[in-house]
Design a binder for this molecule. Sequence first.
Ligand code: HEM
Length: 512
Amino acid sequence: MITPILLVSLCSIICFFIFSHFATASHGPNEPRLIPSRIPFFGHLPGMIRHGSSYYGMIAKKHNLPIFTLGVPKSKIYIVTSPQLISAIDRRSKTISFAPYVVQFAKRMLKPSQHAIEKLGENLLEEKGPVGLRPETLKAMHDSLVPGPNLDAISKVMLRGISTYLDPASVQESSGSGRIRLFEWTRRFVTRASTDAVYGPEKNPFHDPEVYDAFWTIDEQFILLGLNVLPGLITPRGSRARKLFFDAMHRYYSEDGPSTASALIRSRHAVSLQHGLSQTDMEHFNLSVSYGLLVNTVPTAAWVLYHVYSDESLLASLRRDIGAFVRREEEATASINLPEVIAGCRLLDSLVREVLRVHSTNASGRVVLRDTLIDDRYMLKEGATLLTPSAELHRNADVWGPTASAFDAGRFLGQKKVPGSAYRAFGSGASVCPGRFFATNEISAILVMMLPRYDVSPAHGRSWVVPKTKSHITTSIMTPVEDIEVRITEREEAKGVKWTFTWEAEEEKRQD
Ligand code: HEM
């Protein structure tokens, strides 16, 4: 006789298998190999949640495949670990596209109007060429951030902001009890200098400490806000912070802030007007500008400081190399023109790239918008997600040699040319990061202003401890689980010297 318990159990098992069947997307013979999961229905999802982006590396190592498929409920994810295949994917940027992520980010985080969402989603496959709100905004960003007069102009403002924070009196003030939390401290002056550069120092909304706090609270609450389900209930803090940020942007736009801003904001503004965006939408869309601008530059700059100051021989080499660019017209003065150091100090350039290589953790997500065959072999199916995890490619010994997993500040000095598709810190192809030159300028400027003048040592004990790291959903760079406490002291030889840091690009010097 069938008891009620047995009946319920049988029904549950039948329902479970029916559910699993419909929950798993079908898999074609030419698609990248499907890696089976022992967990029905949920597939690889629990592994991805548990291990974050290192899960892909674990699977890649076990199966040694250039591309493979992970099943997740109702969908599938292709993971690519081969630089050659990434190049093939980059060439198909219209059908294997970053654009749906941009639309999703806007929908979930920016509280846009229906009109703005429709505009962003227009011409997703770019069948009409690179026209429409999204491609034109991206082009405006690239054009205003490529090396040239616009980049020089914002780098100059950024430099001024950082100089103020890094002068001895300010450093002394930040030290307070004698200890500085390295990542938090860097966050403060990078936020100020970067936003002054982009929004203009006159009306930059980030001057208000509440706006600063609000922005970083939004970042902290990103996952909950991004769920986009009753945010006021799920994350009242995040929700309040986002409102405060939008209100500050409203004041900025109402006071004609963009007229005092960089070419980046002005050109975005012009594109938005052409596509009939309301002022409210423009205000809200600035949350994405601030995101791109800040969330990766802050940890990278702090890591660079950590790596240099925790390695005495690297510190001495860089001080020597930067020293060659110091001008001393009088005994108590010293000046450095930043573009000269950035262009001429190869170790500095190599160091920044290496820090990005080692700490990079982006997954460079794409959506397959149409069935696409790559490398004449792999069929990628419409609707699937595709990831190219940078950490995996950055540890690939075929590309980087046997020391791939080690930190080597001079790696890029002697390195034979690495294919762009293997160096993923800024992505590649059509969605390569438009802010990469500005970020590199800023990080380099921080080092050039710090090294000749300050010593940095661990606040606890004599030796530096390698911090445990974690990834955060919005950032492409790992961050330490706990901040690193340091002491910053002025070097004896720098005391009493008046330091000047300038940004005079070659072009400007020729015109003078
Ligand atoms: C060290 C600092 C930075 C790192 C590591 C970084 C990294 C990245 C990465 C990995 C991507 C995704 C590329 C892809 O999926 O292929 C990206 C995209 C982007 N980044 Fe950056 N970024 C940095 C700084 C900046 C700055 C300073 C800005 C703005 C001024 C910026 C603006 C953007 C924008 C707007 C995109 C989206 C591009 C698109 O829609 O196609 N980033 N960045």
